[in-house]
Design a protein around this ligand. Structure first.
Ligand code: ADP
Ligand code: MN
Length: 327
């Protein structure tokens, strides 16, 4: 029997083709071997253990079994096929498998989502020379080389229409380093009540929710930075994915629960068995994780990835600046 999957409606960056399971809780992403292997290593390799909590939960890989024959009658491995439109033409990508991941936006009512591409080096060691040249040029012409970040894409809910407004990757590619702050402000707008016949909240959370959420996101990025600084990895083309709740009531409830949980943790540091049951759990009103490990490698002895750390420092600075602006 085939189970129903659908395109991920909340995808803000990357290649098309990310699917969700019927209930939306899991993602199925076509992946090259290197990404599937990195996720597997994350579960098993003690050298990567400290990074696991900062990545989406990994449930395994899906592979099409058996051999297939192409139209010419040649036999080959069954592959996951992902058709992509590029300038009006369909290009078919074939992947050996898909990875199954936790959908980080699943527990949100109105997820505001930002994908920040990290790093100053956007090419893999093994890339052909023309791709290396193109990627160096892309990094130089965008914010990547100077700051280690590029705003890949984001969505922000308009609470009046209840629609997610998307900012495509062309925006993040076009701006200068000095405009990154404006971009971050677009993703963290301060909400007000729009007066009228039916007063309604505008896009953005009211300050009383936005401030603690921004601070908590900042703290989480700082923790990720600390863990990453102790690892000998090269992460090319990977991202920080930031999600926070845009619904006023849900954000407030989520924050209340978040701070209650923190107090509990301080009081008694015992295992909470609610943690294993996703249905019981009211998630925090934000999530920050590292995603996209198609071009991430372990480099024992070579030290941390300075370009990615630079990007994380830029993110911390931008969040601090946004906090100062609105506080
Ligand atoms: P690509 O190699 O195509 O860039 P990514 O892993 O970056 O693939 O995924 C593309 C997009 O899919 C991301 O920008 C994000 O919007 C969404 N996405 C990826 N992983 C997750 C996840 N675990 N939870 C929610 N959204 C995700
Ligand atoms: Mn990506």
């Amino acid at each position: 029997m085939e189970s129903a999957t659908q395109a991920l409606a909340t995808q803000v960056g990357g290649h098309a083709g990310v699917m969700t399971t019927e209930d939306g809780s899991l993602l199925i992403k076509p992946a090259i071997r290197a990404e599937a292997e990195f996720y597997q290593a994350l579960q098993q390799d003690p050298a990567l253990a400290s990074l696991r909590e900062f990545t989406p939960r990994f449930l395994g890989t899906l592979k099409l079994e058996g051999k297939v024959k192409d139209t010419a009658g040649n036999e080959g491995e069954a592959l996951v096929v992902e058709p992509v439109y590029v300038e009006g033409e369909i290009i078919i990508f074939r992947y050996p498998q898909s990875i199954v991941l936790e959908n980080l936006s699943f527990s949100f009512l109105k997820p505001n989502i930002l994908d920040i591409k990290l790093g100053t080096v956007l090419y893999d060691d093994g890339a052909p020379p023309d791709k290396v040249a193109r990627m160096i040029e892309t990094a130089r012409k965008t914010t990547s080389l100077e700051t280690g970040v590029r705003l890949t894409g984001f969505q922000v809910y308009d609470n009046v229409t209840s629609l997610a407004v998307n900012t495509p990757k062309s925006y993040g590619k076009s701006i200068q380093p000095s405009q990154l702050g404006e971009g971050v402000a677009k993703f963290f707008p301060v909400g007000t009540v729009v007066e009228g016949e039916n007063p309604a909240p505008s896009s953005g959370l009211p300050l009383k929710s936005l401030l603690p959420i921004l601070r908590a996101i900042r703290d989480e990025v700082a923790e990720i930075r600390e863990a990453f600084a102790n690892l000998e990895l090269r992460m090319v083309g990977g991202s920080l994915l930031i999600v926070y709740e845009a619904d006023w009531t849900r954000a407030e409830e989520g924050l209340k629960k978040f701070f209650e949980d923190e107090e509990e943790e301080d009081e008694e540091d015992e295992d909470d068995d609610d943690d294993d049951d996703p249905t019981k759990r009211i998630g925090p009103p934000f999530v920050v994780k590292l995603i996209d490990f198609a071009h991430t490698k372990l480099v024992p002895g070579a030290g941390p990835d300075e370009g990615v750390l630079k990007g994380m420092d830029t993110v911390l600075r931008l969040l601090d600046e946004r906090l100062k602006e609105i506080d």
